[in-house]
Design a protein around this ligand. Structure first.
Ligand SMILES: Nc1ncnc2c1ncn2[C@@H]1O[C@H](COP(=O)(O)OP(=O)(O)OP(=O)(O)O)[C@@H](O)[C@H]1O
Ligand SMILES: [Mg+2]
Length: 365
């Protein structure tokens, strides 16, 4: 079922500072039917507030929320058909796993409430889906973090919700369990086909499992699209910086007569870009080590990553002085002496003031 929000706005009054914060500002966004959509952005950008409005825990000041075309904005949370998993799972410690999963069903009222046998059947079926059938008699404290996480997901799914909302579901897990659990979430989402909004501030996580991602900043939607498309075609410097590890390298540069100048030297043809000062963002994989390349950096060291190597270099026009290039071989890295040609599709120019992307016609490398 498609989730659509239109012009969603939420303000909070901060008594301490006696001012209003706009947590979410005129947010319009669609998660297509059956999609896993990653909602990402730095701490405080309005991700949880967005989910809380979608599930009905917070009331928007402005805007509407639609599930499959139905306006649910004024519906109370319990009839919206939303499964929500909170960051801290919030399992009931004194209940067994089975009782925890049954809980939302037992809270159903009237005709919606299934028979006891049907409840148990559904709880077991959902437990099987998240592969915790063997743990049904345990209590939460007898489970690992990843297992607790799965109980929380089962509890969200047992009512067969129309949409699933996950708020930073992996943040309490260690690196290995995180990877495993995110694959599990992918599988469960695929098997159920349930439209899912997944909140994270980890861009790698969002990129790797989402069909679409939406990047927020200070309550505003900055960009939405397929992960690769947003990575390859960032609309602004903020989004370019937010996606990618190691992060994009940012230089203070200038466009003059169709060439990008860094520290006064032409390093790339950028036909059709207007003259003036720019931020130039270069992805780590956009540097081609060439002894005669136009971008001359000083090579500080070569770090072995396994498959590739990382060249750490300094350049006067680069933010913080140093940059990181990812290249395939150590031999090539050392032979270049820190000189590079640039892949034009990995170089982005941004307006110096507004930090919005400035297009140029990419010539061949
Ligand atoms: N109940 C509230 N009262 C006042 N301000 C609030 C309230 N809830 C959230 N805010 C403010 O709204 C903004 C957005 O908060 P929100 O919790 O949505 O951020 P977030 O993107 O989920 O961040 P995080 O990644 O840290 O969880 C923040 O500035 C926060 O301080
Ligand atoms: Mg949050």
């Amino acid at each position: 079922m498609e989730i659509r929000v239109e012009h969603l706005t939420k303000r909070f009054y901060d008594r301490g500072r006696r001012q209003t914060t706009t947590a979410v500002s005129d947010l319009t966004l669609t998660a297509p039917d059956g999609a896993l959509m990653g909602l990402l952005g730095p701490s405080g950008c309005g991700k949880s507030t967005t989910l809380n409005m979608i599930c009905g825990l917070e009331k928007p000041d402005e805007g509407r929320i639609f599930f499959g075309g139905e306006d649910v904005t004024d519906l109370p949370p319990e009839v919206r058909g939303v499964g929500m998993v909170f960051q801290n799972y919030a399992l009931y410690p004194h209940l067994t796993v089975l009782q925890n999963i049954l809980f939302p069903l037992e809270n159903l009222k009237g005709a919606a409430r299934p028979s006891r046998e049907e409840m148990v059947r559904r709880a077991r079926e959902t437990a099987a889906l998240v592969e915790i059938e063997a743990l049904l008699d345990r209590r939460p404290r007898e489970l690992s973090g990843g297992q607790q996480q799965r109980v929380a997901i089962a509890r969200a799914l047992v009512k067969r919700p129309r949409v699933l909302l996950l708020d930073e579901p992996l943040s309490n897990l260690d690196a290995r369990l995180r990877l495993q659990t995110r694959e599990e979430i992918c599988r469960i989402q695929r098997e159920t086909g349930i439209t899912t909004l997944f909140v994270t501030h980890d861009q790698e996580e969002a990129m790797s499992i989402s069909h679409r991602i939406a990047v927020m900043r200070e309550g505003l939607l900055m960009q939405e699209g397929a992960p690769q498309q947003v990575y390859d075609d960032p609309a602004c410097l903020f989004v370019a910086r937010f996606l990618g590890t190691p992060p994009i390298n940012v230089f203070s540069g200038e466009v003059r007569r169709g060439a990008l100048l860094l520290d006064g030297r032409a390093v790339l043809e950028v036909p059709e870009a207007a003259d003036g000062p720019v931020w130039a963002g270069i992805r780590p994989e956009g540097f081609l080590p060439r002894p005669d390349g136009p971008l001359r950096c000083a090579l500080s060291r070569v770090e072995v990553l396994g498959r590739d190597v990382s060249m750490v270099c300094t350049h006067p026009a680069c933010e913080n002085g140093s940059l990181r290039a990812i290249v395939p071989s150590r031999r090539e890295a050392e032979a270049s002496g820190g000189a590079f040609a640039l892949r034009p599709d990995k170089v982005f120019l941004f307006d110096r003031e507004r930090e919005i992307r400035i297009p140029f016609r990419a010539a061949r490398a």
